[in-house]
Write a protein that binds this ligand. Structure first.
Ligand SMILES: Cc1ncc(COP(=O)(O)O)c(C=O)c1O
Length: 388
């Protein structure tokens, strides 16, 4: 009855079922998978709420690319971080996820392929499948830092590959490619006529010392789509505003913008209220961003200090909202997560993000600091851990 774009089974995994059962019971849970900033105990300025009560939202004047004022506000935010993006090269979307869907429609026929990074966030596979696009993964190897395996990237290209997706900082590793790696990826795109989709939703959350923002270098000759949105930038996933910044050779860029306008016009999914509120949300949201950034840094410091001298190794992220831990342990892939769940702590095993099955965990750095402390204590005392 239903299409093969959907997974063959919607039955939750045994770990997901165990987590759901625990969540259904009363009692305190320490959730080290928390990704919803509005549930993280952060203060949100009231101006973010009053931004929605504007009578301009009562007039419907649809512009498929997004209203000029909202696109100017997004361009102004980019300029504020030293990134010149013209408002007429922006397309607004209802979320970054929708931006992916627009791009898959723009670039791929059914059965065409995109390459996504491994490890990375599981969302891309679902998004691609729903647009009848085939996903293959290219590898970033754990070598202390996450190194691009250029050979692997090249080997995975087929005549049907249309685009490379890159997430910088990546979710969950927090890694950002080195200048040489950016150059190698750009070279592959030029050689094979591939578009590059750069997901920069975590660019405003650098964690490496001395970095104020994660910027992508110039990638001449490559049709590039950069994605961002209010979800992460100002901690408002419910606002439902994302965008695509298009860059590259002039003729391709113009063609892509015209085609994206047609796709966006077909749905007109970005609400008027969020477009009217966007200038205020982007300006006032700086306070939320600062609070999130402080939380991430405090938690990362806590993780590094707590695992020092144990068998656990933290893979230091360049940015983003999570940290990957190498956790040498005995047992199967879910055993650490289940043992922690038995003590009311929820964690993601690494395989959830396509990390190798043996011994990786992913912790959200968005977790309230007191919860992180409890969770780390439980983790470090697990009998499953191999000795340091
Ligand atoms: C790397 C990355 N891209 C995109 C998204 C989706 O963002 P949005 O809420 O704008 O759809 C997420 C969500 O966590 C993400 O981690």
């Amino acid at each position: 009855m239903f299409s093969t774009r959907l997974p063959s089974s919607l039955v939750p995994s045994p770990l997901a079922a165990a987590v759901a059962a625990r969540r259904a019971r009363p009692g305190r849970i320490v959730d080290l998978t928390l990704s919803n900033p509005t549930a993280a105990g952060l203060a949100y300025p009231e101006t973010l709420a009053t931004a929605w009560s504007n009578v301009d939202a009562l007039r419907y004047v649809p512009d498929p690319r997004g209203s000029g004022a909202a696109r100017e506000a997004v361009a102004a935010w980019h300029a504020s971080v030293g990134d010149a993006v013209s408002a007429d090269r922006l397309i607004l979307t209802a979320s970054t996820s929708e931006a992916y869907s627009h791009l898959f429609k723009l670039l791929c026929n059914p059965g065409d392929g995109v390459l996504v990074p491994c490890p990375s966030y599981p969302l891309f596979e679902h998004l691609a499948h729903l647009d009848a696009v085939v996903v293959d993964r290219y590898t970033f190897r754990d070598a202390g830092r996450w190194e691009l395996d250029e050979r692997d990237l090249r080997d995975r290209i087929t005549p049907r590959t249309r685009a490379i997706v890159l997430v910088a900082p990546n979710n969950p590793t927090g890694s950002v490619p080195s200048p040489d790696e950016w150059a190698a990826i750009a070279a592959v795109c030029r050689e094979h006529d591939l578009a590059l989709i750069v997901d920069e939703v975590f660019s405003a959350y650098p964690l490496a010392a001395g970095v104020d923002h994660v910027r992508i270098p110039d990638l001449p000759g490559v049709l590039t789509f950069r994605l961002n949105g209010l979800s992460k930038l100002v901690g408002l996933p419910q606002a439902k505003l994302g965008w695509i910044a298009v860059d590259g050779p002039d003729d391709l860029t113009r063609g892509a913008l015209d085609a994206l306008e047609l796709i966006a016009d077909t749905y007109l999914s970005v609400s008027t209220p969020v477009q009217v509120a966007a200038p205020t949300l982007l300006a006032e949201g700086a306070a939320v961003r600062a609070a999130i950034a402080a939380r991430l840094r405090a938690n990362l410091a806590q993780v590094v200090a707590r695992v020092a001298g144990t068998a656990i190794d933290a893979r230091l992220p360049d940015g983003g909202w999570s940290v990957v831990l190498r956790v040498p342990c005995v047992g199967g892939p879910d055993d650490v997560a289940l043992a922690m769940l038995a003590q009311d702590v929820i964690v993601h095993p690494g395989y959830f993000y396509d990390l190798p099955h043996d011994g990786y965990l992913v912790l959200s750095l968005l977790t309230p600091e007191a919860d992180m402390r409890v969770g780390l204590d439980v983790l470090c005392a697990l009998p499953l851990l191999q000795p340091a």
